[in-house]
Design a protein around this ligand. Structure first.
Ligand SMILES: Cc1cc2nc3c(=O)[nH]c(=O)nc-3n(C[C@H](O)[C@H](O)[C@H](O)COP(=O)(O)OP(=O)(O)OC[C@H]3O[C@@H](n4cnc5c(N)ncnc54)[C@H](O)[C@@H]3O)c2cc1C
Length: 418
């Protein structure tokens, strides 16, 4: 066997290098999060004749869902993770652990750290990146240090155990938490996390204060619990944008004040993941100013630049001048994956596909003792003229009976359980 074949075989790529005119068509999915895994599973089921290849740089999926209670050991929730190779084997698609570093759209080819990979359709679900440059931090070494010492753990769920360890080691003082400016992933998540941390400081009698630096309006469901019920544990700094971080002085410079901290959960502004910037798939406005998020259709999730490329999940950009973005939730990402799978399966067989819209359900704890949840339902419909409308309904769940766990289990059955 020649050297090239040996290398390709070892990388699991040998059967992937085939002429584009080969009979079977291939969908390459980049990113094995809620969006990418859903697209892979649904495609496999809907279009058995299409080859489905999932690429992710990580070996395993980790979930953020239900993590805020887990962080402070409230209840018995567990972090969920799943090995990609085992999942792919059981669901019948291929998995390659590699980083995708470029997209040649003219050749329909992605460049990965494990070799080049041709596609017929490309689904991009790479999630987000954190924009540390917005805080005047450009040096990769400083970013790495900040992420290691003070990550707010909103980028990878695999960072959550490290955050829990840091919280466990917090003996008192000022615990600073920043909330990213909207849009960011899972809008209620930072407030729910703040509420559980405040509860934990109080019940563990830790002589500490949680300082929340928030550039957004405080979410109404959390106003009384954070400002009244946990008034002794929480200092809420309203409408405050972080401008800089001075790691040596353990100080965050905001446009309200300079705030010193003993421990911090730093979450800078979020943007679509690097790959979309590299591939020139970011939406620009007014003379080329990038919006930070992808440029894709609001109803078909096709890239505006290329009809063979779909962009789903948290990386997706503006869909409506009225309500802005779809909420950046796992539930929406999952539905986008399923919708894109339907479209590709229909296109591959020359059939029409039904117009479908995503929806989101979110069970968020809005009180700790007694435990109370708020269910947030987000639905969409198309007006007669095609204009997309959003309806958000919040329902109090004063006597929760595991609805959050049931929701998560139903989602995982769809895309995650082998
Ligand atoms: C604290 C917290 C709690 C949350 N709770 C909930 C909840 O209860 N319910 C809910 O619906 N949502 C929740 N979310 C939101 C949810 O986690 C995200 O919306 C979801 O992860 C988005 O999925 P995605 O597929 O777009 O991206 P991701 O899940 O981030 O997946 C992206 C994947 O792409 C891979 N990748 C990126 N770039 C490359 C590349 N160049 N090459 C190879 N691989 C690449 C990454 O390794 C990653 O695995 C929560 C979020 C947070 C932060």
């Amino acid at each position: 066997m020649n050297r090239r074949r040996q290398i390709l075989l070892a990388a699991g790529l040998l059967p992937l290098v085939r002429p584009l005119h080969a009979a079977s068509r291939r969908v390459v999915i980049v990113g094995g999060g809620w969006g990418g895994l859903s697209a892979a599973s649904h495609l496999r089921r809907l279009a058995p004749e299409i080859e489905v290849v999932l690429v992710d740089r990580q070996p395993a999926f980790s979930s953020f869902a239900l993590s805020n209670r887990w962080l402070v050991d409230h209840g018995t929730s567990q972090l969920v993770s799943q090995d990609y190779a085992a999942l792919a084997a059981s669901r019948g698609y291929r998995f390659i652990q590699a980083s995708v570093d470029g997209i040649d759209r003219a050749q329909r080819m992605v460049t990965t750290s494990a070799g080049r990979l041709p596609y017929d359709w490309l689904v991009l679900a790479p999630g987000i990146r954190e924009n540390w440059a917005a805080w005047q931090i450009d040096d990769p070494q400083t970013v790495a240090e900040l992420r290691q010492r003070h990550s707010g753990a909103m980028l990878h769920a695999a960072d959550l155990p490290g955050l829990k360890q840091r919280l466990t080691g917090f003996a008192g003082g000022d615990l600073l938490m920043t909330i990213p400016p909207a849009p960011y992933r899972c809008p209620p998540a930072p407030y729910e996390r703040a509420m559980f941390i405040a509860w934990w400081l109080k019940t563990q009698k830790i002589p500490g204060k949680l300082i929340i630096v928030d550039p957004n309006p405080l979410m109404p469901a959390f106003r009384s619990i954070l400002l009244d019920r946990f008034a002794e544990q929480v200092t809420y700094v309203d409408h405050a944008n972080v401008r800089q971080v001075d790691l040596a002085r353990k100080t965050v410079i905001t446009d309200v004040d300079d705030i010193r901290f003993d421990e911090a959960l730093l979450a800078p502004p979020q943007q679509a993941a690097d790959l979309l910037w590299q591939a020139g798939l970011i939406r620009r406005i007014d003379g080329g100013q990038p919006t930070g998020w992808a440029d894709q259709g609001g109803k078909d999730f096709r890239s505006v630049a290329d009809e063979r490329v779909f962009i789903i999940g948290d990386a997706a950009g503006l869909v409506s001048p009225l309500f802005g973005h779809f909420p950046k939730t796992g539930h929406i990402a999952n539905r986008m994956g399923a919708i894109v799978a339907r479209q590709i399966a229909a296109r591959a067989t020359g059939q029409a596909f039904p117009a479908l819209l995503p929806e989101s359900v979110c069970h968020v704890a809005s009180s700790v003792e007694p435990l109370e949840y708020t269910r947030i339902d987000t639905r969409y419909r198309r007006r007669g003229d095609g204009f997309l409308l959003q309806q958000v309904r919040q329902t109090r769940q004063p006597n929760p009976a595991g609805e959050d766990v049931a929701w998560a289990e139903a989602m995982y059955r769809d895309f995650l359980l082998p």
